[in-house]
Design a protein around this ligand. Structure first.
Ligand SMILES: Cc1cc2nc3c(=O)[nH]c(=O)nc-3n(C[C@H](O)[C@H](O)[C@H](O)COP(=O)(O)OP(=O)(O)OC[C@H]3O[C@@H](n4cnc5c(N)ncnc54)[C@H](O)[C@@H]3O)c2cc1C
Length: 520
């Protein structure tokens, strides 16, 4: 290979991919590759990412295996992508990168209504799966990346769905998997390991290998490509067809009143909101419980930037929703259940000193934005006003510790504004698994310029390092993948395990290096 020119080698690799995938399924033209190296997250703006050399579109496990084997033969780094919204880990940084785009693998292979699971391919979107599940009285969670994101990628990455309060986070809903390992071997887990068509159960013979791909942010493409996954579905009391009125961006959604009921309950402080969230979880009622920051109300509500700034300047949300918790009660089994849950919630509101937000604010927000926490459409609005948004920490712990963390966020906002833009405090607290744990995310808008993003990314890295010196995991590090695990692994003593796994399954270090950790 040393004797042939770079150009000839490019042609040779192109031909090898095309022989495996067929004409039209391998791309190297500038218009295509330039579309794959960044979007709303910092890498492209900061000049840290480059276009891939190839974008390939395999169809199915065998074609994916062929691609991965070619990448190993030529030692080309590859990145598996779903809808590709997490460009922090999908934008290429190394020359010769191959993007494995899953667009042709978009089938809903099976829905088993009785046993409540679905078998999906990587590009089936959350919206498609939700729609098919709803027809059968079932549903699934939707990350705030919007429902056009890949349902499979959403099960390997983060997965703090709005409905995870009730269903558990996404990676706990993974059952069997078919998976092309970084060296091209095919691994089947759970019941797929016994019968490749049957994925209803997550465990199979031997140790549970799901630990390799799941976790807070998953492996960020560093452990090969999952080509088929069985995921849990859950009983749904909603309509068979999502009740949308109008079209995006002016769409509203009204769920049937006898089965769904939203409350927006305001407290004097974060501690009051936390007390309420604990009590709602303890009573085991509700389908969604979220304390959104003020900026979420305007991000998710405004249909255009003009409306955003007009309403923000009027202080419509700042003066009315601070320390407010949104709660959606669901009559899972009957309308009587909903009536019962309403009575329980009334007692909790009284006991915790909550009060309802003004009716006009409720009427403004609920139809436009609230049901996005069941099936998301408006999440992408979060980066619209400024082109991006960032957070300084995103820790999972108790609800109480989430309160402490977002309070620190208020201090950072004072300290780091500008470049942080006006947001009324970065205090999102979500609660999951019936309030068994809380999640704090300190989101804020920031201008998408190299100066502002560079400045904040420097601050984020500084805070990550400082926290690690104190032996603290602040939650944002794992989203950076490999470079973070290099630093945090020795602190929390998991680096040897992670490196051992990476070395064993990825001897050529081709699966989205440096994720999930580098091996020399
Ligand atoms: C505006 C916005 C808000 C968000 N808010 C939330 C939130 O509140 N809660 C939450 O949980 N998440 C949130 N997210 C993150 C969200 O969960 C992910 O963006 C989404 O689920 C990933 O889907 P995707 O199709 O974009 O994945 P991609 O960006 O394509 O992939 C994500 C990662 O998974 C890897 N990957 C993709 N497909 C495969 C595969 N088949 N096999 C192996 N690895 C693969 C990729 O290499 C990448 O590292 C948010 C994202 C956005 C854009």
């Amino acid at each position: 290979m040393e004797n042939i020119s770079r150009h000839e080698q490019h042609e040779e690799i192109f031909n090898a991919f095309e022989a495996a995938l067929g004409k039209g399924n391998v791309k190297d033209n500038p218009a295509t590759v330039n579309a794959y190296f960044g979007d709303w997250l910092p890498p492209k703006t900061l000049g840290q990412s480059i276009p891939p050399e190839f974008v390939v579109l395999p169809n199915g496990t065998m074609e994916t295996q062929a691609v991965v084997k070619i990448c190993n033969r030529y030692k080309l780094p590859f990145v598996p992508v779903g809808s590709n919204q997490w460009s922090l880990s999908t934008a290429p940084t190394l020359p010769g990168t191959v993007i494995i785009d899953s667009k042709r693998m978009k089938e809903l292979i099976e829905i088993d209504e009785d046993n409540m699971f679905a078998i999906i391919e990587p590009y089936l979107t959350v919206a498609q799966l939700h729609a098919e599940a709803n027809k059968r009285g079932l549903y699934i969670g939707s990350p705030e990346a919007s429902a056009q994101s890949s349902a499979l990628a959403g099960h390997t990455f983060q997965g703090l769905w709005g409905v995870a309060y009730r269903l558990g986070v996404s990676f706990r809903n993974v059952l069997g998997m078919e998976w092309v390992l970084p060296d091209g071997e095919i691994l089947r887990t759970g019941t797929f390991s016994l019968d490749p068509d049957c994925g209803y159960w997550g465990k199979g013979p031997g140790p549970d290998l799901r630990g390799m791909m799941r976790g807070y942010c998953g492996a960020l493409g560093g452990i090969g490509m999952i080509t088929k996954m069985a995921v849990k579905l859950h009983p749904y009391p909603g309509p068979k067809v999502w009740t949308a009125q109008g079209h995006i961006p002016n769409m509203t959604t009204t769920m049937p009143k006898d089965r769904f009921h939203w409350e927006l309950i305001k407290f004097d402080d974060l501690e009051g909101a936390a007390r309420y969230m604990y009590e709602v979880g303890r009573a085991e009622i509700g389908g969604v419980v979220q304390k959104w920051p003020t900026v979420y109300y305007i991000w998710w509500w405004a249909n255009c930037n003009e409306e955003y700034w007009t309403e923000w300047q009027k202080r419509t949300f700042q003066d009315n929703v601070k320390h407010t918790v949104g709660t959606c009660l669901w009559g899972f089994t009957s309308d009587e259940q909903l009536e019962y849950e309403k009575r329980v919630l009334e007692d909790i509101i009284k006991d915790t000193g909550g009060r309802r937000v003004k009716q006009e604010i409720y009427d403004m927000w609920i139809p436009r934005a609230a049901n996005n926490w069941i099936r998301d459409t408006n999440g992408s609005r979060m980066m619209r006003p400024a082109g991006t948004f960032l957070a300084l920490t995103l820790a999972s712990d108790t609800i109480r510790s989430s309160v402490d963390l977002v309070k620190q966020g208020y201090k950072w906002i004072d300290k780091f504004s500008p470049p942080i833009l006006d947001c009324d405090g970065p205090d999102w607290i979500g609660t999951y698994d019936f309030s068994h744990f809380g999640f704090a995310e300190t989101d804020f808008p920031v201008e998408k310029t190299p100066e502002d993003l560079g400045d904040l990314m420097g601050k984020i890295m500084g805070m990550v390092k400082e926290d690690l010196q104190k032996g603290v995991e602040n939650g944002i590090g794992p989203f950076l993948g490999g470079p973070y695990h290099e630093m945090a692994g020795p602190v929390f003593k998991y680096d040897k395990l992670l490196k051992g796994i990476k070395k064993a399954i990825d001897p050529n270090m081709v699966s989205n290096p440096p994720h999930n950790i580098s091996v020399e």
